[in-house]
Design a protein around this ligand. Structure first.
Ligand code: CP
Ligand code: NVA
Length: 299
């Protein structure tokens, strides 16, 4: 049987994604230590970029399921010395049950998936961060119910998180309002594929108007550290503050994938205020990815 992969949200159907979120909520509530579906199973985790949440949630999730996770960095493997991705994928996938990859080029994950005999999970690329969206959607469903028909405002960089929100709008049926500086818009083909689900606005206030959920991310992502100063100038009018939140619904939630830069993309009063659900969102990485691992490995 061909393995299923999770390189972006479009790899699963809407129904599968919804089922996965229901399962994540169930697993969170049950927390049954005797349920060990991954006994003897191994997850290889390849990290070419830093991580706190992704590494810990996958490692803890596999341990809680009775399996184990192996941390691999290019520094300590032949990946860092130029061994072809195709060969690496074939070799690694002959020894483990699933591979999680956090890297720069999205094509690296796609190449791995193409040559792997076990499921490959995208743990973040420059283009997409689909695992984070599972946690974000789970958090919204837990706190407010179905997100279909709701309005989400994405304010800031048209980056990997923004692209995954565009995919989520398609898959979960919400409208995504985007406010980005002109030079930092999401990729046109990803936007186009979402059709009417995505609407652009000229200012954060207009994008946030009537929103049920307001989301942002850092202005300079991993690998863009050299652009920090330039980006601080480009994004200075795109901060989420009390004025922006006041445009949203009174019960709107605020999310951020973390790590955050308080005082840059979001003010302290918003990210540490009553509408912010960032820590529930972070914890849900664990539950959502346990449901994902179960879906991909235990088929
Ligand atoms: N949100 C997220 O992916 O966090 P890490 O970079 O810590 O894994
Ligand atoms: N856009 C950020 C997300 C970090 C979880 C980055 O790629 O660095």
């Amino acid at each position: 049987m061909q393995p299923r992969h999770f390189t972006r949200l479009l790899d699963l159907t809407s129904d599968e994604l919804r089922g996965l979120l229901r399962r994540a909520i169930e697993l969170k509530q049950q927390r049954d230590p005797d349920y060990q579906p991954m006994k003897g199973k191994v997850l290889a985790m390849i990290f070419e970029k830093s991580s706190t949440r992704t590494r810990i949630s996958f490692e803890a999730g596999m341990a809680q399921f009775g399996g184990s996770a192996m941390f691999l960095s290019p520094r300590d493997t032949q990946l860092g010395r130029g061994e072809p991705l195709e060969d690496s994928a074939r070799v690694i996938s002959s020894m483990v049950d699933c591979i999680m990859l956090r890297t720069h080029e999205h094509d690296t994950v796609l190449t791995f998936a193409q040559h792997s005999r076990v499921p490959v999970i995208n743990g973040l690329t420059d283009l997409q961060h689909p695992c984070q969206l599972l946690a974000d959607m789970q958090t919204y469903f837990e706190l407010r119910g179905d997100i279909a028909g709701k309005t989400v405002a994405w304010i800031g960089d048209g980056n990997n998180m923004c692209h995954s929100y565009i995919d989520a709008a398609r898959q979960f049926g919400f409208t995504l309002h985007i406010a980005c500086p002109a030079d930092y818009r999401p990729l046109a083909d990803i936007v186009a594929s979402a059709g009417d689900c995505v609407v652009f606005f000229d200012s954060p206030e207009l994008a946030a108007f009537g929103a049920d959920l307001v989301v942002t991310d850092v202005w300079a992502s991993m690998g863009q550290e050299d652009e920090q100063k330039k980006r601080e100038i480009a994004f200075q009018d795109y901060q989420i503050n009390a004025r922006v939140m006041a445009q949203a619904q009174p019960d709107a939630l605020f999310m951020h994938c973390l790590p955050a830069h308080r005082g840059e993309e979001v003010t302290c009063d918003v990210i540490d205020g009553p509408q912010s659900v960032i820590f529930q969102e972070a914890e849900n990485r664990l539950h959502a990815q346990k449901a994902l691992l179960e879906f991909l490995i235990c088929r």
